[in-house]
Ligand binder design. Sequence first.
Ligand code: DQA
Length: 162
Amino acid sequence: MKPKIMVLNGPNLNMLGTRQPEIYGYDTLADIEGRLRKLAKVHGLDLAFRQSNHEGELVTWIQEARTSCAGIIINPAAYTHTSVAILDALLTCDMPVIELHLSNPHTREEFRHRSFVSPIVKGIICGFGAHGYELAFEAVARLVGPKSGMRQVAGKKGRSAA
Ligand code: DQA
C-alpha cells in the first residue's frame, strides 16, 4: 500500500479563485488538488485532499490521519490563529506535519502573526501562493515517500527526524 498524505484546508479556502484574489491568487482549490494528484503519482504516494469550514470536522480528519496517513499538510486558514483544538489533535500525530499558507501572515495584520500550530510542526511554507502546496508536497514526499531513507533506515516517522 502506498503511503498516504492528508492535505487539509480550513475555512473559506473553498472560495479560492474568487476570494481576495489580490492576496490568495486566482487558482481554485480544485486546480491545486489536480496538481497535487499528479505530484502524488510521481512520488508513489496516495493523497487525501479535503476542505472544511468547520473546526470539528478538521479535528476528526486529523484523528483519522493518525492511523491512515504518513504525513499531514495543513492550511488551517483562520483557525491557525485561534484553534487549540486543531493544535491538540496535531499533537497526537506521530508523523511529519507541515503548516501551509498561501499568503505570508507575518506581513499582514497583527492577529495573523500568531499561529497555534507553528510551534509543533516540522516546517512552515507561506507566501508562495498556490505553488506553496506543491512545495509542501515535495517536502513531505521527501520525508515519507518510498524513496525516503528515513522510513527504511530509521523506521520512524517522528516529528524530530530530519
Ligand atoms: C491563510 C492565512 C490566514 O490568516 C487566513 O485566515 C486564511 C488563509 C493563507 O493561506 O494565507 O484564511 O491561511
